[in-house]
Design a protein around this ligand. Structure first.
Ligand code: FES
Length: 168
């Protein structure tokens, strides 16, 4: 929030992993090619939402995303039968891990959007942008620098002889 007030031109950066067969097609059909070119939304096409490895999500946050959106076929419509069932399990697991890392719920979202639901792509994306604007930048890369500094400090403290620590 603080950073946002310092810079009114700040826009949340969203990485959107869209399944080729449904959400990506929906985005195209709705003429949401504009979404693709929005400087703050980066659409990455995957063949199935189940292809989104948890590491992709973590990497997106670590590299500066303020939010990550996964769009997949509705349950029962996955072209790889149960790919999206895998997505649900991974999503639930990742939510818990991200929460432990201090990343708010609104920053990571899963939506089922079929090829004919172009409007839903817009609604979901706009809603996410709005929520992230309220939360402000995540700034994970900067947090990593702070964590590194904390760890260096801790390492230094631990490496001190025991007596020195007791007198601090
Ligand atoms: S093919 Fe779209 S979620 Fe699996």
């Amino acid at each position: 929030m603080e950073l946002k007030s310092q810079n009114d031109t700040w826009k949340p950066r969203i990485v959107a992993f869209f399944c080729n067969w449904c959400t990506y097609t929906a985005a195209d059909l709705a003429g949401v090619s504009r979404i693709k070119h929005e400087p703050n939304v980066r659409v990455i096409r995957v063949m199935c939402s189940g292809r989104v490895d948890p590491q992709f999500v973590i990497d997106a946050f670590v590299k500066g995303a303020d939010g990550v959106l996964i769009g997949g076929c509705h349950i029962g419509d996955c072209h790889y039968i149960d790919g999206n069932h895998k997505t649900i399990r991974r999503f639930a697991m990742l939510k818990r891990i991200l929460k432990d890392m201090g990343i708010e719920d609104e920053r990571f979202r899963l939506e089922w959007i079929s090829a004919s639901e172009g409007e839903k792509v817009k609604t979901v994306t706009n809603d996410m942008v709005e929520k992230l604007e309220k939360l402000g930048p995540l700034g994970l890369p900067k947090k990593f620098i702070a964590w590194d500094e904390e760890m260096n400090h801790l390492e230094l403290e631990i490496s001190k002889p025991k007596e020195e620590i007791e007198h601090v």
